[in-house]
Design a protein around this ligand. Structure first.
Ligand code: GLC
Length: 472
């Protein structure tokens, strides 16, 4: 079975969020199951593309509106990721340093999708199924069916995976002329509320769609940034498959990015050594419980609540603890954290930016990880935390609710709080500190966590089952 994953992020080539982690791991696990899985993504001017070797395997050109675009297909030469990786480079469109936030984002992703299809046709590539990830590639299911140029692919099955329904890729209808020419009677399939909505078009035209947890699928029927009625009416072709993690890479025993490696038997010692070195470096007291937050500073992630949560914990309640924040994003959130950092310099450390290896060290070093998300389609950080014997303190939503069982339930191993509110999060942290301060209970919970298996094995099989069903 030949499956192409289409995405604009893939770890380690280009990562902004969890989307990249999924793309960097799922195809590898699928190949173990005998699926001929590969990834096609845009070329970025980044470390990975500069430092590695690529074969130039195809060239072509097409018109985007009145602009002639030349593309080039590069294949990573040494199988570094464990699956074939293809990059599409288009001078002026797909040759940039960052993934997002360019003013011509629509043109960028349109050119990616068009070049991809153009290449398939020119080289006679016949996938059985194309797995499109998020709105950036949401027009592909429509184009396969209704563009004149790519008619020959109308039978190719498509699975559209929703990693985040909040972003939908909206574009004004004036951009319609930039698409490869299509059967204009079908324009309604592209439209939602008077604009072209690639996420909506994908849900309407795909053979099936999946979400990255079962809980999130149900939530999309109720709230999906305007698309809830669409998700509901298409629910018969919706599936929830929870993400896994790459346990080759996220593994405290083998992790080369942490100071001291450890396993189930050495977790107490290992974590305390990692904590010691992180605390020394950031001038925190290693004898106190250490909490962390890792991620994008976005409202969706509840990062706007952090400053007040910290103020309550360290100021009002005077909790004996330290806090480590690693992330970047919204400037207001960053400013609020900077202010709170000045107020509690001894108990708080903040690293502003993206730092993959520091993230590993933080999972290994901290006792608890806070995720006060408002929306969380799956969430991977809680899974990394569990893998490293760190207690996840999460708001019970989406994938967080599906993957974390509260300690109050039998066999529970985390803390789940009801709402993305400061008070609820603070209560959740206080409950966790009670565990962290009882040595025996803490090590019992750590054992439970590290016995869990959140690797991709199970979920990769679920994707395969779904592909098989679609290809019948
Ligand atoms: C998005 C979601 C996150 C999910 C990830 C990978 O980043 O916000 O919850 O884990 O995609 O699917």
């Amino acid at each position: 079975m030949k499956v192409i994953h289409l995405s604009v992020e893939c770890f380690p080539v280009a990562k902004v969020g969890g989307l990249a982690d999924v793309l960097g791991a799922l195809p590898k696990y699928q190949r173990k199951l005998g699926v001929d899985a590969s990834v096609v993504m845009p070329w970025y001017n980044r470390k990975f593309t500069q430092e590695n070797k690529f074969d130039h395997i195809a060239y072509g050109a097409f018109y985007q509106g009145s602009e002639l675009l030349h593309y080039e297909i590069l294949k990573e030469a040494n199988d570094l990721l464990g699956f074939p990786l293809y990059l599409i480079r288009i001078p002026g469109k797909l040759d940039r340093e960052e993934v997002y936030c360019y003013p011509d984002e629509s043109e960028q992703w349109l050119s990616f999708q068009h070049a991809f299809l153009h290449w398939l046709k020119a080289d006679g590539i016949q996938p059985d199924l194309i797995n499109c990830h998020d709105h950036h590639v949401g027009l592909v299911p429509f184009l396969l069916k209704y563009s004149y140029e790519f008619q020959q692919f109308s039978h190719v099955k498509t699975l559209f995976t929703v990693h985040n329904g909040q972003y939908q890729g909206w574009m004004n209808w004036s951009k319609g002329i930039l698409l490869p020419s299509f059967d204009s009677w079908q324009w309604g399939l592209l439209d939602w509320d008077g604009v072209i909505n690639p996420m909506a078009a994908a849900v309407k035209c795909c053979d099936a769609f999946s979400t990255v947890s079962e809980g999130y699928l149900k939530e999309l029927f109720i709230e999906a940034n305007g698309l809830q009625s669409l998700f509901s009416s298409e629910s018969q072709k919706g599936y929830g498959i929870v993400n896994g993690i790459d346990t080759d890479y996220w593994n405290p025993q083998l992790d080369t990015l942490i100071d001291s490696n450890y396993n189930l038997n050495t977790v107490e010692k290992g974590k305390s050594q990692n904590k010691k070195s992180l605390c020394e470096q950031y001038k925190l007291d290693p004898s106190l419980p250490l909490m962390s937050f890792i991620g994008r500073f976005a409202i969706e992630k509840g990062a706007d609540l952090l400053a007040e949560i910290i103020d309550q914990l360290l100021g009002n309640i005077k909790s004996k603890m330290s806090i480590f924040i690693l992330g970047s994003g919204d400037q207001d959130i960053q400013d609020a954290l900077q202010q709170i950092l000045e107020k509690y310099p001894k108990q708080l450390a903040v690293y502003f930016g993206y730092n993959e290896s520091l993230a590993h060290q933080v999972y290994a070093a901290t006792d608890l990880l806070l995720m006060p998300s408002r929306v969380e389609p799956c969430g991977l950080n809680q899974l990394y935390a569990l893998q490293y014997g760190t207690i996840p303190v999460v708001r019970g939503i989406g994938g967080l609710k599906d993957t974390v069982i509260d300690v109050q339930e039998t066999g529970g191993y985390g803390i789940v709080f009801p709402e993305a509110h400061v008070e609820d999060a603070v209560q959740g942290v206080i409950r966790t500190l009670e565990i962290v301060n009882q040595v025996d209970l803490l090590s019992e919970i750590r054992q439970r966590e590290m016995h869990l298996d959140f690797s991709w094995n199970k979920s990769a099989q679920k994707y395969l089952d779904l592909y098989t069903k679609l290809l019948k």
